[in-house]
Design a protein around this ligand. Structure first.
Ligand code: SF4
Length: 382
């Protein structure tokens, strides 16, 4: 079923004025533009695999048009949120995630580093705040945090919050009690990715189950924190697996507020080092499908951005990506204008999203268009 019709009369007039006599009698501007009812922008949790596969199978332009239309119902399309990421404990992880250079099982030449001191972390957080970041993410390569590490981690959260930054952590699996402790410390977001579809998952990780991951996400939600959860594409999975990952995320009881979509970074020494290139348009399709299925969530470009050119970034922003990780380079770049991301933002007329918007509620289109917050508006309705 089609729901959008292009009827730009002025376009039709100018087309006919410059078109030779052999041109088709029907101007292009009156052609029905293909969309489907699936992209209504409604918040849903009942996606079937077949429906998601149909989204992926749409002609590229139709998929992007739908995704961008939905994007404008919930977000200012010219704002992108910027987060920084600091590795607070690097390498020597006992898990066997096939893409990860931090696993102790693969010889990647990575130098392991113990958990950083609290003051070191806060120094980096202050640098991030001075560079204009609004959220500070801290990652530790652990299967799960040990109880002896919790006091330090809690102090880091409190310190980052005291600087006026939002805090986010990724520490591996959490027990219900650990999630509660972090929430009480003021942690805003917890990142824990589902990585891929349940069917492909066993090809990538054997040391923890899909169900383990879902349980950690449950604990995070139950403790009242916001969820950041996404996955990685380009690991040799099929399009059906990419659809399966998004189906899992979108059918959670509440959509993750942040959905990172990573492109595999092939690291020598890991089992996926020789993985074939993923068609870049497949990556964009995944972004677009994520935008349609989780319309109120921030869809984030993170790992793999170094290998994406400016055109691909621009296409991803159009498809609905509205968050990026700067990584640690923000912390060492004295002039943000020199940063390539900022330069591209300027060329595209994109502003970094400065204000945090509470996303506790899941918004439908009607709520969003009535919202007083200018970051959320329905451009189509104005
Ligand atoms: S749990 Fe995290 S740090 Fe450890 S191997 Fe997997 S992805 Fe890497």
């Amino acid at each position: 079923m089609h729901s959008f019709v292009a009827t730009t009369q002025s376009g039709a007039t100018s087309l006919s004025a410059t078109t030779p006599a052999t041109a088709p009698a029907t101007p292009l501007a009156t052609t029905v533009v293909g969309t489907s009812a699936t992209a209504s922008g409604a918040i849903r949790h009942d996606w079937s695999r077949q429906e998601v596969e149909k989204l992926f199978a749409l002609p590229f332009n139709d998929l992007l048009f739908q995704a961008h239309t939905v994007h404008r119902q919930y977000f200012d399309p010219n704002q992108v949120q910027v987060s920084t990421l600091l590795s607070i404990k690097t390498g020597a992880c006992p898990e066997d995630c096939a893409y990860c250079p931090q696993s102790t099982r693969y010889d990647t030449g990575l130098e392991a580093e113990a958990l950083m001191e609290i003051e070191q972390v806060l120094e980096q957080a202050r640098a991030a705040a001075a560079s204009g970041a609004t959220r500070f993410c801290m990652g530790a390569a652990w299967r799960s945090p040990k109880q002896r590490d919790m006091p330090k981690v809690v102090a880091m959260v409190k310190g980052v919050r005291a600087l006026g930054l939002e805090s986010c952590m990724t520490l591996g699996m959490l027990t219900r009690e650990q999630a509660q402790e972090l929430s009480e410390a003021g942690l805003d977001y917890y990142n824990h990715n589902l990585d891929t579809s349940p069917e492909f998952y066993g090809e990538i990780i054997t040391t923890r189950t899909y169900q383990d991951r879902l349980e950690t996400l449950d604990h995070v939600r139950d403790a009242g924190m916001k969820v950041c959860s996404g996955g990685i594409v380009g690991m040799g999975e099929t399009q059906t697996d990419r659809a399966g990952l998004l189906q899992q995320l979108a059918n959670l009881p509440q959509h993750p507020e942040s959905v990172p979509i990573n492109m595999l970074v092939r690291v020598q020494g890991t089992p996926l080092a020789a993985e074939a290139d993923l068609d870049p348009f497949e990556f964009i399709r995944t972004i677009a499908a994520a935008r349609i299925m989780m319309p109120a969530s921030h869809v984030r470009l993170s790992a793999g951005r170094e290998e994406m050119n400016e055109q691909m970034h621009a296409l991803a922003y159009f498809a609905g990506a509205n968050s990026i990780f700067y990584g640690e380079k923000l912390l060492t770049t004295p002039n943000p204008q020199a940063n390539t991301d900022m330069a591209l933002f300027a060329r595209l007329g994109i502003q970094p999203e400065r204000r945090h918007v509470e996303m506790d509620l899941e918004w439908n289109g009607e709520q969003a268009s009535q919202a007083p917050n200018p970051l959320f508006y329905d451009a189509a309705a104005r």
